[in-house]
Design a protein around this ligand. Structure first.
Ligand SMILES: Nc1ncnc2c1ncn2[C@@H]1O[C@H](COP(=O)(O)OP(=O)(O)OP(=O)(O)O)[C@@H](O)[C@H]1O
Length: 261
């Protein structure tokens, strides 16, 4: 079985400091992973490696069966959707939801080619997957943060990726927009043709039960990379955060409280 991601002994050193240190991580088909780490733990650095934007100082990386260094990364990137909020401000505010999503097919900012009828219908189905078809004719600049995130994910689906990285998608969302986005992600994951999902976050309660595995990253090192059940408990999470935390489980989601010593 072809691995989705396979990192072995991956390190990245800058200015005498290891920003990633001996990272081993294997993602298999039909797994969905959450990547949990505090600010500065190395999550973005890791994603940059997976997408071939950074080169490891040491170690080997395979993504979708292709070894980085041995493959055309531009080709590889077409099979990876990387949704991060940094893209939000680059898109044209006057474009409609339809055009924003369709532009994902061509990986362009703005739409320059006339899409076929099939492409338009596929764009609609991507928006259905994200429960945001009501944004079809809406100007992008009039969308809320949560609506923009849904459009960006639908846009990434337009290229039919095998791997979809959701990079802190709930940042800046209020409680209800966050729940609406998480519910859309949950619906997306339940579809038969869903790509492998990697969900990057600082917050355990965003890690929906659909994420079968969790990688805990701290100061550039993998602390744990295992099934969610063996990670989402007070003992492992207190050890990981180096602070005592109490956990509350609501519908399979884990809410943390700092625990007075
Ligand atoms: N090009 C670089 N040169 C030197 N240090 C860097 C470089 N890029 C990142 N760093 C440092 O590496 C560490 C990890 O950064 P990274 O952005 O990967 O963390 P992160 O987990 O994504 O953080 P956040 O959750 O805040 O986005 C940080 O201390 C950062 O300052």
């Amino acid at each position: 079985m072809e691995t989705v991601i396979d990192m072995q002994g991956v390190s990245w050193k800058r200015e005498d400091r290891f920003l990633l240190n001996e990272v081993n991580w294997t993602v298999l088909p039909r797994q969905h992973w959450a990547l949990l780490g505090l600010n500065g733990s190395g999550k973005t650095t890791l994603l940059n490696m997976i997408n071939g934007y950074l080169w490891p100082t040491k170690g080997r990386i395979q993504v979708l069966g292709r070894t980085l260094g041995d493959t055309d990364v531009r080709h590889l990137r077409q099979a990876i959707g990387w949704v991060s909020s940094s893209l939000q401000d680059k898109l044209y505010g006057s474009d409609t939801g339809e055009r924003i999503v369709l532009s994902g097919k061509f990986a362009t900012i703005g739409l320059y080619d006339k899409p076929s009828r099939e492409e338009v219908s596929y764009a609609y189905s991507c928006m259905e997957a994200l429960q945001c078809t009501k944004l079809w004719s809406r100007e992008y600049r009039t969308c809320s943060q949560g609506e923009k995130q849904k459009l960006l994910i639908a846009r990434a689906l337009m290229a039919n990726p095998q791997l979809l990285i959701l990079d802190e998608p709930c940042n800046g969302l209020d409680l209800f927009s966050r729940e609406s986005l998480l519910s859309a992600i949950s619906a997306l994951a339940s579809r038969a043709d869903t790509p492998t999902l990697i969900y990057v976050t600082h917050h355990t309660e965003e890690i929906l039960p659909l994420f079968s595995h969790i990688l805990l990253l701290r100061r550039g090192q993998v602390v744990q990379a295992r099934e969610r059940e063996s990670i989402m408990n007070a003992e492992v999470l207190s050890d990981f955060f180096e602070n005592c935390v109490a956990v509350e489980n609501h519908a399979g989601r884990i809410y943390l409280r700092p625990y007075p010593q």
